[in-house]
Ligand binder design. Structure first.
Ligand SMILES: [Zn+2]
Length: 233
C-alpha cells in the first residue's frame, strides 16, 4: 500500500493546489457529467484514463463484468447509479464498456472455477446469455482466446439490452433524449471498439470519425395518436 499512500501525499502536495479552483467550482456549481460509464472493476480498465477525462466529466459505475442487471431482477448499486445519472444529473449518453482478458468472462465460461465464489457465480448469471450466444451461434472449435473475446463482446450487447429495461432509460430513449454506447477496450493494443447498432457489430473508434452508437436518440411512441411526442432538447 506504500505507493498508494505516497500517491495521496503527492496529490495533496503537488496536484490539488493547482486544481483547487476547479474542485471548488465543481462544488459550487454541482456536477454535470457528460456521460454515465458502466465498466468492469478490473484494475487495468480505468474509464477516466482511457477517455482522458478529469474530475466532473464522467459518472462511473464499475463492477465485475460490466454488468447491468435487468431492472426487474435486482435493486442495487447499478440500478441506483443509472437512475441517478439519468433522472438527477440528466446525462444524455450511457456507455457499457467491456474489455479484453476479462476475468469475469473467463469465470462465466468456466463455472467450475467459481465454486469458492458463490457471489461471483450468482452475479454472472446476468451474463449467461452472452455465453449461450457464443455456444450456439458461433462456430464450434473456436480457439479459447477467440471464444473468450466473443463472449466479452456479446456480453456488452447483452448488458445494453438489460439497460433498456430500466424505466429511466426506457423513458429517455422514448423521448429521444438518450444515446446508448457499447465499448470494448483492448488492453494489448489500446484500441477501443464501439458497437454500431445499425451494423450489429463492433467497429474501431477512429480519430476524428463519428463515434459509433449502439442506439441513437429517436422519439418513439407506440401510441402517437395519444399525444404530441416530447421533443428532444
Ligand atoms: Zn473484466
Amino acid at each position: 500500500m506504500n505507493h498508494i499512500f505516497q500517491g495521496i501525499s503527492s496529490f495533496r502536495g503537488n496536484v490539488f493546489p493547482g486544481q483547487q479552483a476547479m474542485y471548488q467550482r465543481l462544488v459550487r456549481d454541482g456536477q454535470s457529467p457528460s456521460a454515465l460509464i458502466i465498466a468492469c472493476a478490473d484494475s487495468r480498465v480505468s474509464p477516466e484514463h482511457i477517455t482522458q477525462a478529469g474530475p466532473g466529466d464522467l459518472f462511473v459505475c464499475r463492477n465485475a463484468g460490466n454488468i447491468v442487471p435487468p431492472f426487474a431482477e435486482q435493486n442495487g448499486g447499478v440500478s441506483s447509479a443509472i437512475e441517478y445519472a439519468v433522472v438527477a444529473l440528466g446525462v444524455r449518453d450511457i456507455v457499457v464498456c467491456g474489455h479484453s482478458d476479462c476475468g469475469a468472462m473467463k469465470g462465466l465460461m468456466n463455472p467450475g472455477a467459481l465454486s469458492s465464489m458463490p457471489n461471483v457465480a450468482a452475479w454472472l448469471r446476468h451474463s449467461h446469455a452472452a455465453n449461450q450466444i457464443v455456444c450456439e451461434a458461433y462456430p464450434e472449435g473456436m480457439d479459447p482466446k477467440a471464444r473468450h473475446r466473443a463472449v466479452a463482446l456479446e456480453n456488452v450487447v447483452v448488458q445494453l439490452g438489460h439497460l433498456r429495461s430500466h424505466p429511466s432509460v426506457a423513458a429517455g430513449l422514448a423521448k429521444g433524449q438518450l444515446r446508448l454506447h457499447g465499448w470494448f477496450f483492448e488492453l494489448e493494443s489500446g484500441q477501443i471498439l464501439g458497437y454500431d447498432g445499425k451494423l450489429g457489430r463492433f467497429v474501431s473508434i477512429e480519430q476524428d470519425a463519428e463515434i459509433p452508437v449502439a442506439q441513437a436518440p429517436a422519439v418513439r411512441l407506440a401510441a402517437p395518436e395519444m399525444g404530441v411526442p416530447v421533443a428532444a432538447e
